[in-house]
Design a protein around this ligand. Structure first.
Ligand code: HEM
Length: 462
């Protein structure tokens, strides 16, 4: 087994290994199109790179007012002048782009790329700038600077912009605390191994190899055998310290979710809507996992406290506490698939989503026409193995859990044919599956390390 790895944090962009979302209230995602020759675009890009925030820790009390991070699509690499040969060294799914994988991802019916918002999935998005700000005023100043730099450079256009804001209590729009269950990474978050890492058979846990999330570092193959190949890392110098990013705008139909859960609960154990909804998620609204708290939510629960995320499914094989089809059990089955967790630990991802849109006031069950939902962001070394593996095989299919073609009830089924089984005596069935979440657009991106960004900016990336 590899010795503990030292990460070159100054070469890795920030926000991958550390959640800025918890420190910064507002996040803007601005997708740009390069409409000028590569040399002109690189002159602008050089100025951007100078301001990129790295993963190096901030000295105490010196948290920046704003942060900036940059990622590129395959078309963006070409627009910056990167050769076809080098672009060809990136993973297949990244080169193809998210919209071309829509059938696989289940982006059909109301989520079909044909109805995505203009600028997303059309090939126009080249560069994504992610700006985090502590306060609205800082945010506006940073956006103003970004726009002034673009105007001065010329030949650049914002094709899509999403402004997001943390909701009180780090909740998502269905009302659940979100974003705290993250993979524990060797050399970075070893202290989160219990519950965040790989469950071992002796009851212990271990953190995941960093190469599962940051290219150029040992991953779970190379950590046991250094001769094994590294995953889809592009040609040097781009491969080092980079990662792949999945960006998806997911609309949440909150009114529909509330009506369905309210009506279904009339037939469920004493009309307990709160418990029925928790069964769909696998956690209570405050984040407490059903496996540990099966009957009622603890009065207070802080998922960030040590041990808060430390649980397994071994004592709940039949799903009487947390249903086999619950969102968190599907998206990270931990030890639930048997074989000592070997079927699940290569499919982890770092999630950095942010909610967008105004909250639908509590108790309202009629749609108010507002656009609201989650900007889902994940970072991983392999989009196909990690993000797509989870989305396609675990959320959109039920076979591996013995659930046939039932999909994740929280997200929904565009064909409306599936159901969710809530194990019990007798079991309870939620059906049909409505579409609570619709994809409004998305992109597959690459987040270069700092050395790679400099090479892209000065035209030496190949
Ligand atoms: C609007 C859509 C979605 C909503 C409302 C949602 C909501 C949630 C909530 C409330 C949690 C529990 C809190 C936490 O563990 O941090 C969670 C966990 C998680 N979700 Fe989602 N989610 C959505 C979409 C997705 C998608 C598309 C994926 C992956 C393709 C995903 C993957 C995960 C994973 C990996 C976890 C952590 C499970 C664990 O480690 O125990 N989610 N989600």
């Amino acid at each position: 087994m590899a010795a503990s790895v030292r990460m070159d944090l100054g070469d890795i962009q920030g926000d991958i290994l550390r959640a800025y979302g918890n420190d910064y209230d507002c996040t803007t995602y601005a997708f740009m199109k390069i409409e000028c020759p590569p040399e002109q675009a690189r002159a602008w890009f050089t100025g951007v790179v100078d301001h990129v925030t790295t993963a190096a820790p901030w000295p105490p009390g010196e948290k920046p007012l704003t942060t900036l991070n940059v990622s590129v699509t395959a078309r963006g690499l070409r627009a910056l002048g990167v050769s076809e040969e080098v672009v060809g060294s990136f993973s297949r799914e990244f080169r193809d782009g998210m919209s071309s994988r829509s059938a696989l991802l289940g982006d059909v019916g109301p989520s079909d790329p044909k109805s995505w918002e203009p600028g997303l999935g059309s090939g126009d998005a080249h560069i994504l700038l992610t700006i985090n700000a502590q306060r609205t005023s800082d945010h506006e100043r940073a956006l103003g600077k970004m726009k002034a730099a673009m105007d001065a450079a010329g030949g650049l256009r914002i094709v899509y912009q999403a402004d997001t804001e943390l909701l009180p209590g780090s909740r998502e729009h269905f009302g659940y605390a979100d974003g705290f269950a993250q993979p524990a990474i060797e050399g970075t978050s070893d202290d989160k191994a219990r519950g965040g890492g790989v469950p071992l058979k002796d009851g212990e846990w271990r953190a995941l190899a960093p190469g599962e999330f940051i290219l150029g570092y040992p991953d779970e193959d190379t950590r046991v055998d250094p001769k094994k190949r590294l995953p889809n890392a592009p040609a040097a110098p781009l491969g080092r310290s980079g990662t792949y990013m999945v960006w998806r705008k997911l609309y949440q139909d909150v009114a529909l979710w509330r009506r369905v859960m309210r009506d279904a609960a009339k037939l469920y154990e004493g009309g307990d809507e709160h418990t029925l909804s928790a069964k769909v998620v696998g956690r209570w609204t405050n984040g407490a996992p059903l496996v540990k708290y099966p009957d009622k939510a603890p009065a207070s629960f802080d998922p960030q406290t040590p041990g808060g995320n430390d649980f397994r499914y071994d004592k709940d094989k039949d799903g009487m506490r947390c249903p086999l089809g619950a969102h968190i059990r599907r998206s990270n089955p931990r030890d639930a698939l048997g074989f000592e967790g070997h079927l699940s630990f290569r499919h982890r991802m770092i999630r950095r989503g942010m909610p967008y849109g105004k909250v639908l006031p509590e108790g309202v069950t009629a749609d108010d026409g507002e656009d609201r939902g989650l900007v889902f962001v994940s970072f991983q070394a392999s989009i196909s193995r990690q993000f797509e593996g989870v989305q396609v095989q675990w959320l959109n299919a039920g076979n591996i859990f013995g659930l046939g073609h039932d999909k994740d009830f929280l997200l929904g089924d565009p064909h409306g044919t599936g159901k969710m089984t809530i194990p019990g005596k007798p079991p309870f069935f939620l059906s049909p599956q409505e579409v609570f979440v619709r994809t409004r657009g998305g992109e597959y991106l690459f987040v270069p390390g700092m050395t790679a960004l400099a090479a892209l900016a000065d035209g030496t990336a190949g």
